[in-house]
Design a protein around this ligand. Structure first.
Ligand code: ADP
Ligand code: MG
Length: 247
């Protein structure tokens, strides 16, 4: 894999919390257009790894390159501008605004939420809102108040808010937690659809879901990578069965 083909190129990444290495000399390479799933037991360091990539947590050592550019010490808002979008476990939508308004305020134009709301909706924004709403299965819900959506639809809306910024790398932490079976299936389709022209990192525990979406799976354990490869190979790995899948 040539370096210029990579969206993410992480080497020697380490972070210590009071001497405890939550991420320990980790190397990770993600290709352009790839959908990578990260699995592993609780406390393995999965969320911490996303925190480091998006600049929420500072690395103790090592480096993170995004599209060939070093972002290790960049502030969080600059990393967003470089093209990394990150969804946290709890959705942060505006419950009292409509689906349309939630998407509209997420359109990047360097102004505050309230400034964007006061701004007259131009064609470019409307077009983008409509196409993103289609992508996240909410094309028919544009006028619905976000607070009235189902749990799963709220998760999709938040993904849509990230898509408004057209990120090259989208990172999702346990996106299907609390979803119905039907919503899980729809989310698998949704993620495969939005992965076209961008890369994704998804942390997830549901193995049926992982199997449906993953190009490649990375198994983390104690801040390190335990195994990596196609799902069937990783699932058959005795080390992985021992620390994770066997339980
Ligand atoms: P995962 O997402 O794989 O379940 P986390 O990344 O949340 O794991 O946590 C990895 C380890 O790092 C855990 O032992 C957790 O307690 C610890 N940890 C995470 N963030 C902090 C922090 N800000 N301060 C101290 N310890 C932390
Ligand atoms: Mg976590």
């Amino acid at each position: 894999m040539a370096k210029e083909e990579m969206v993410l190129d992480i080497e020697g990444l380490t972070v210590s919390f009071d001497g405890f290495k939550a991420i320990d000399s980790l190397n990770l390479y993600v290709d352009k257009g790839e959908l990578r799933v990260i699995i592993g037991p609780n406390g393995a360091g999965k969320t911490t790894l996303l925190d480091l990539i998006c600049g929420k947590t500072r690395a103790s050592s090592g480096r993170i390159r995004f599209m060939g550019k070093e972002v290790t010490r960049m502030p969080e808002h600059e990393i967003v501008r470089e093209g990394i979008g990150r969804k946290f476990q709890t959705p942060s939508i505006y419950e009292n605004l409509s689906v349309w308004q939630n998407l509209e305020v997420s359109f990047p134009r360097g102004r505050s939420v309230f400034g964007a709301l006061a701004f007259k909706c131009d064609d470019e924004v409307s077009e983008r809102v409509r196409s993103v709403a289609q992508e996240i299965n909410l094309g028919d819900q544009l006028d619905t108040e976000a607070g009235l959506l189902s749990h799963g639809q709220k998760q999709w809306l938040e993904i849509g808010m990230l898509l408004m910024q057209n990120p090259d790398l989208l990172m999702l932490d346990e996106p299907i937690a609390g979803m119905s079976v039907r919503e899980r299936e729809q989310t698998a389709e949704l993620l495969k659809r939005i992965c076209v022209n961008r890369s994704m990192i998804v942390i997830e525990h549901d193995m049926d879901f992982v199997k449906k979406i993953a190009d490649k799976v990375t198994v983390m354990h104690q801040g390190k990578i335990l195994a990596e490869g196609p799902m069937d190979r990783v699932q058959a790995d005795p080390k992985v069965i021992d620390v994770y899948l066997g339980h």
